[in-house]
Design a protein around this ligand. Structure first.
Ligand code: UGY
Ligand code: MN
Length: 247
């Protein structure tokens, strides 16, 4: 029981953070009813996006009217009806949606216990490029590729690789012992949630044991590396900002 006597695996610093399910505290968020919402990452932490975990009771609802914010939602478990603009579909675990800025979205009729991770960011338009279109899809339909040729690290890119998008969301799955090939240091931020398995995440100069349900913020230039440990594959869902000028 690591939380006994005030211990925690969590850490919150200026360039990275780890939050575990044992640290969760609910917030009341406009547009979310009949559900708990935990704002894991947002501007108050130093990030330029928000990552929120929503857990529905029966009859719960989440949604937002059209505005300047874009929303990506991923169903971690359970099911519900997703609507983005005029599109509507029933989605189960692995289902996801993307609501561009200017499009309302909602999740209704959730099975009790359904959990969704939301990544939200103010959209930055790119001159001469049209805005992205709404998407409702399923990760099971997205083919993965070995990351930099390594079959032990499989990457699924859930949003189109297209300059109109200023955010990417991917699923990374590692065989036991699979790891990032080198310590990455880059300008892009990440928001991440462990979907399954376990491993060790290096963030700056600290190494953290992590497991399903843990959430991580990596700010710009946060040195990062991951190795999957244990006897089952490990996977995580993660956000990153992309496709915009350096200055
Ligand atoms: O897309 C990425 O930057 C990815 N390789 N980073 C990560 O998994 N921490
Ligand atoms: Mn990275």
């Amino acid at each position: 029981m690591p939380e006994l006597f005030g211990h925690t695996r969590a850490h919150v610093g200026p360039r990275h953070a780890l939050l575990t399910p044992a640290n969760h505290v609910n917030s009341s968020v406009p547009g979310i009813t009949g559900a708990t919402a935990v704002v894991l990452i947002n501007e108050a932490m130093g990030a330029k996006f928000a990552q929120t975990l929503v857990t529905f009771q029966e009859g719960g609802r989440a949604g937002q009217p059209a505005g300047g914010t874009q929303t990506f939602g991923y169903i971690m478990g359970g099911s519900g009806t997703v609507a983005v603009g005029k599109e509507k579909a029933k989605c189960g675990a692995g289902g996801y949606f993307y609501a561009p800025a200017g499009h309302a979205w909602s999740i209704t009729a959730p099975k009790a216990g359904t959990q969704i991770t939301l990544f939200q960011k103010k959209y930055v338009p790119l001159a001469g490029t049209a805005s992205p279109k709404p998407i409702i899809s399923d990760a099971a339909k997205v083919k993965g590729t070995p990351f930099l040729g390594d079959p032990a690290a499989n990457l699924q890119v859930l949003l189109p690789d297209d300059p109109s998008f200023d955010m990417a969301v991917n699923v990374f799955a590692y065989q036991p012992g699979g790891h990032l090939p080198f310590v990455e240091i880059h300008v892009m931020e990440h928001g991440l949630v462990m979907l399954g398995g376990a491993g060790v995440y290096r963030l700056e100069d600290s190494w953290y044991p992590v497991q399903a349900g843990d959430a991580i913020w990596m700010g710009p230039y946060c040195p990062q590396w991951f190795v999957a440990m244990g006897k089952v594959p490990a996977s995580y869902l993660y956000y990153k900002d992309v496709n915009r000028p350096a200055i």
